[in-house]
Design a protein around this ligand. Structure first.
Ligand code: NAD
Length: 516
């Protein structure tokens, strides 16, 4: 368990060695009170080159390349077991990295273990195809690993984002170089430690899985991430992060004709229909926007409410938001922790000021809390944390049109816009009038109506009478500026594979073309 009073110096796994990266030292802080919790060195462009070259060599070693699918599955199961064995410690580290409430961090760790377990099942059951022949031959479509892939992740849910890239990539037989967000490097490093330990004796013939198969390169996106994307031996980039960075990566990838998956930002609408169960809708909308303090790509940040229930819904929603427990992430009572950093809170505050200048009316929040909720964590001074941590209250606006900046741009914070709508045509037009298309939610008792609305919404995920629930077996991703490609689901393993076709001649006669 990490000692919160003394920063830990962390080394990382680069090209098969646990060591400091070659760049400058920097520190990470706990957003609860701004305390430095870890120091580490940033990677350099030459670290990227070394890690990628060694990963390419590692993936071709027979200890990895000759593993049969069920043996790769056993390795993935060992990783899942390694995560579970350290689950509480990992949840704590995740909390110190980004300030998410501990209950949420525990959920993320459990989901990461489940992700490795799921892709173990996928690789063990994945089938190549003997395709229908059109002549005297047998035709076979086989899948091969793409090679070394790069995984670039953001700071909001590191262990889940990283597992969703590592697990299918390893299942497919690839090697992986991870570039975690600069400020939240610890989960990727701990995952590498678990993978390293799980690999002992798990390679073909009982050899160890090559240590250089997975590297973790912390540091700046514009340096380390950029070098990773450009490296000639990188065959694919799996990216989760902001839309601007994602588009830049896609542009570079186009130069290399390299596939990418882009899990980007969102401005997700949630819809409260006239017949919605208001108790469920209020609970779901609050959870959709304010869990993770709104630092969630799928945050339901635009809430469209049918005019006939607008006032009743608004009253219940605002009273629910005011009652949310904003507090110490280490407490299991806490619903909202701090934002990730002072800079990010400043950005959220700028959006709130803009919302007011655009004619919005604040229904609640719009400020830093004066004090934090009483918590059951004895050794934490919540008054100090309230001063020094990056807290912001759950904030609800009304009176903004769907075209206001606050309703168009991703804030990535606890800010909701409440918008009444008149009828379905008006609703769908407003929901879809946005550059993003990640997720949406619908609250109604009419299942036929729900399906009709869901089909009309331009989003990658539609939640009906629920929000922010997930299954690793269900594909996830966005449309429009929310990205391209999908993570999760059985088919996602194929994103890390390339197809090779074999034709196997069976004719006893020579090719008739050569006959004289
Ligand atoms: P970001 O785009 O700033 O950074 C994401 C990652 O990209 C980081 O590791 C960063 O260092 C790296 N990076 C930055 N510039 C780079 C470059 N030029 N080349 C290569 N890599 C570079 O995003 P963030 O602020 O860390 O995360 C918040 C964003 O992530 C939000 O927009 C959010 O919606 C999005 N997100 C999307 C999903 C999803 O699944 N759709 C999930 C979580 C977060």
């Amino acid at each position: 368990m990490s000692d919160m009073n003394n920063p830990t110096h962390i080394q990382t796994l680069i090209a098969g060695q646990w060591r400091d990266a070659s760049g400058d030292v920097y520190s990470t802080e706990y957003p609860f009170d701004g305390r430095v919790v870890a120091t580490l060195h940033a990677a350099t462009v030459s670290d990227v080159d070394e890690a990628v070259r060694m990963a390419e060599a590692a993936r071709l070693q027979s200890a990895w390349a000759d593993l049969l699918p069920h043996q790769r599955a056993a390795f993935l199961h060992a990783i899942a077991a390694g995560i579970r064995a350290r689950s509480e410690e990992l949840a704590q580290l995740q909390m110190f990295d980004n300030g998410k409430p501990i209950t949420e961090c525990r959920g993320l760790v459990a989901s990461a273990a489940g992700t490795f377990q799921y892709f173990a099942a996928v690789v063990e059951t994945f089938e190549d195809a003997v395709t229908p022949p059109r002549g005297e031959f047998m035709s076979i479509s086989m899948h091969e690993p793409l090679g070394v892939v790069g995984a670039i992740t953001p700071w909001n849910s590191p262990i889940a984002s990283e597992a969703q890239k590592l697990a299918p990539a390893l299942a497919a037989g690839c090697a992986v170089v991870i570039k975690p967000a600069e400020i939240t490097p610890r989960m990727a490093i701990e995952l590498a430690r678990i993978i390293d330990a799980a690999g002992v004796g798990m390679g073909a013939g009982g050899a160890d899985i090559p240590k250089a198969l997975v590297s973790v390169l912390p540091g700046k996106g514009g340096v380390v991430g950029d070098a990773l994307v450009r490296h000639p031996l990188i065959r694919r980039i799996a990216f989760t992060g902001g839309t601007t960075v994602g588009k830049g990566i896609a542009t570079l990838a186009a130069e290399k004709l390299m596939p990418v998956s882009l899990e980007l930002g969102g401005k997700s609408p949630t819809i409260v229909c006239a017949d919605a169960d208001l108790e469920h809708a209020v609970a779901g909308v609050l959870y959709g926007i304010f869990s993770s303090s709104g630092e969630s790509c799928i945050a339901g940040s635009r809430c469209f409410v049918h005019a006939s229930v607008y006032d009743a819904f608004k009253a219940r929603l605002v009273s629910g938001a005011k009652a949310l427990r904003v507090g110490n992430p280490a407490s299991t009572n806490t619903q909202m922790g701090p934002l990730i950093s002072a800079a990010h809170r400043n950005a959220v505050e700028r959006y709130v000021a803009l919302g007011l200048s655009e004619g919005g009316k604040l229904l609640c929040g719009g400020a830093r809390p004066a004090r934090l909720a009483e918590q059951d964590v004895s050794n934490a001074n919540t008054d100090v944390a309230c001063e020094q941590g990056y807290y912001y209250l759950p904030t609800i606006f009304e009176g903004l049109s769907n075209t206001a900046t606050l309703c168009r741009e991703e804030i990535f914070g606890p800010v909701l816009a409440l918008i009444p709508y008149a009828d379905d045509a008006d609703l769908i037009a407003q929901c879809n009038d946005n550059d993003y298309g990640l997720a949406s939610g619908i609250w109604t008792k009419d299942y036929q109506h729900a399906l009709k609305l869901g089909k009309a919404l331009q989003t990658g995920t539609v939640w009906i009478n629920t929000y922010k629930v997930f299954s690793i077996a269900t594909a996830f991703g966005g449309v429009k500026n929310s990205g391209m490609g999908r993570e999760k689901g059985y088919a996602s393993i194929m994103a890390y594979m390339t197809q090779k076709s074999f034709y196997w001649g069976l004719s006893k006669q020579p090719n008739p073309w050569s006959r004289s």
